[in-house]
Design a binder for this molecule. Structure first.
Ligand code: C5P
Length: 400
C-alpha cells in the first residue's frame, strides 16, 4: 500500500508549460489513495483548465483568494489547515520568488504562508532562469526554511533549450511524495556500498585476489534497501544474488571500482566501503598467457588507489563508513585507519573469523567512542550497523 493512502494532499499548480503534467500527477496521487485538492494560480489556468483537475481530483478547484462561493464552503484558512502535504508542481521562478519574499498576494502563496503542513515544490523553468543567481538565492532561502525541493531534472525543454529546469516526471514526484511519509530508518537516503574482492589481472587467464565472499556488503545492501534506502552496490566478482530493490554495478579491478564509485558518489548521502580491495596490482598485465619456464617467476606489484580515502577527501564528501579486517590488534588498527582515512565511522573485525563466514563479531569505532556488535549473523549485524550509521549521520548533519 502507498504511504500516501488516506493522506490529504493540497496540489498547487503555477503557470508553466509543465502544468499539463499536473493532470497526470493528480491521477497518480488519487490512484495511490490520497485525497487531492487542487489550487491554481491565475497563470496556471492559462495552461490547463480547472475543469480537468476537478474531474481528476473529484474536488472543486480553487483559483481565487476571495471567492464568496469557496469561502462559504472551505475558506482559505480552513484549506491551509486541511492538508498533510502541500505540493506545488510546477513551481515557476516567479512563484519561488514570491514565496521567498513571504508574499500572500494570491490564493496559493496565502495558503503556503498559512499552512503548518510540510511543503514540497517541484521547480520548472527555462535553464537560464533556473541558473540565474536570483532564482538560486530564492532556492537557498526556501531550502533553509525547510521546504522540500523536488528536482528539477535536466534535459530538453519546451523552449528548445537543454539543461536543468525540467519538472520531474509525475511518477518521480509521486515517489518523492511517498518518501516524505515513509518513516523507515533510511527512507529517502541514497547509499553507495562496495562489496566483494577485486581481481587484478596478471595475464588473460590469471589474477591476484583474496577470499572476500561479499556476504557482509550484500547483507548491508539488503538491509538498507529494506529500510527504505536507494542502494547502489558496486560489487567485485562474487557468487551472490543481487538483493531486492538494489542496483548492482559489476566491476573487476580496484581501478574499475574507483571509477564506478566516483561516478555514483556525487549523488549519494552515505558511502560504505566494505569491499576487500586488492592493495597491489601487477605493474604490467601480460598480453598473452605467461608460459611456464623458469623455477621462479617474479611479478612487480604497484599500489592500487585507496578508494575510500579518495572518497573521504572529496570536497563534497558523503558520510563515509569503512571496514577493517585485521588479524591482530583489531581495534587498535581499526582506530588508526579511522583516523588516517578520515572516516566518519569504521567497523573493525577479525579477518580470520569473518572472511567467507555467515556470522561476524565487530567493533564500531568513531572519533570519540566505540560499540561491540555480535557475534551474530551478518544480516543481523548489518541491521545494527545501519542503526549506528543513521545515528551518526544525523549527528554529523547537525554538527555541520
Ligand atoms: O587499509 P585497509 O584495506 O585495511 O582498509 C579497509 C577499508 O578501506 C575498507 O573500508 C576498504 O573497502 C577500504 N579500501 C579501499 N581501497 C583500497 C583498500 C581498502 O577503499 N585500496
Amino acid at each position: 500500500m502507498s504511504t500516501l493512502s488516506n493522506r490529504r494532499i493540497l496540489l498547487g499548480i503555477t503557470g508553466g508549460i509543465a502544468a499539463y503534467k499536473s493532470a497526470e500527477l493528480t491521477r497518480l496521487l488519487v490512484k495511490a489513495g490520497a485525497e487531492v485538492r487542487v489550487v491554481m494560480t491565475q497563470a496556471a489556468t492559462e495552461f490547463i483548465t480547472p475543469l480537468t483537475l476537478q474531474a481528476l481530483s473529484g474536488n472543486r478547484v480553487h483559483t481565487t483568494l476571495l471567492d464568496p462561493e469557496a469561502e462559504a464552503g472551505m475558506g482559505h484558512i480552513e484549506l491551509a489547515r486541511w492538508p498533510d502535504l502541500v505540493l506545488v508542481a510546477p513551481a515557476s521562478a516567479n512563484f519561488m520568488a514570491r514565496l521567498a519574499e513571504g508574499k500572500a498576494d494570491d490564493i496559493l502563496t496565502t495558503l503556503v504562508l498559512a499552512t503548518k503542513a510540510p511543503i514540497a515544490i517541484a521547480p520548472a523553468m527555462n535553464q537560464a532562469m533556473w541558473s540565474n543567481p536570483a532564482t538560486q538565492a530564492n532556492l537557498d532561502t526556501l531550502r533553509q526554511r525547510g521546504l522540500q525541493i523536488f528536482g528539477p531534472g535536466s534535459g530538453e525543454q519546451a523552449c528548445g533549450d537543454v539543461g536543468l529546469g525540467r519538472m520531474l516526471e509525475p511518477g518521480e514526484l509521486l515517489g518523492l511524495s511517498e518518501g516524505l511519509f515513509d518513516k523507515r530508518l533510511l527512507s529517502g537516503l541514497r547509499l553507495v556500498i562496495t562489496a566483494g574482492p577485486t581481481q587484478e589481472a596478471i595475464d588473460p587467464v590469471r589474477y591476484i585476489s583474496n577470499h572476500s565472499s561479499g556476504k557482509m556488503g550484500y547483507a548491508l545492501a539488503a538491509e538498507a534497501a529494506a529500510a527504505g534506502a536507494h542502494v547502489t552496490l558496486i560489487s567485485g566478482p562474487v557468487a551472490l544474488a543481487t538483493p531486492e530493490r538494489v542496483r548492482r554495478v559489476e566491476v573487476v579491478s580496484a581501478d574499475d571500482m574507483l571509477q564506478a564509485c566516483l561516478a555514483h558518489v556525487p549523488t549519494c548521502d552515505i558511502f560504505i566501503g566494505v569491499a576487500a580491495v586488492a592493495d597491489y596490482r601487477p605493474q604490467q598485465v601480460a598480453e598473452q598467457k605467461i608460459k611456464k619456464a623458469e623455477d621462479t617467476l617474479s611479478l612487480t606489484l604497484v599500489k592500487n588507489p585507496d578508494i575510500i580515502s579518495t572518497i573521504a577527501a572529496l570536497e563534497q564528501r558523503p558520510f563515509t563508513v569503512g571496514f577493517a579486517a585485521e588479524t591482530i590488534d583489531v581495534t587498535k588498527h581499526g582506530a588508526e585507519k579511522l583516523q588516517r582515512k578520515k572516516l566518519d565511522l569504521l567497523f573493525a573485525n577479525d579477518a580470520r573469523e569473518t572472511l567467507g563466514s555467515d556470522s561476524i563479531t565487530a567493533t564500531a569505532l568513531w572519533a570519540d567512542g566505540s560499540q561491540a556488535l555480535g557475534p551474530a549473523s551478518k544480516r543481523t549485524v548489518a541491521g545494527q550497523m545501519l542503526n549506528l550509521i543513521r545515528q551518526h549521520y544525523d549527528l554529523a548533519g547537525k554538527a555541520s
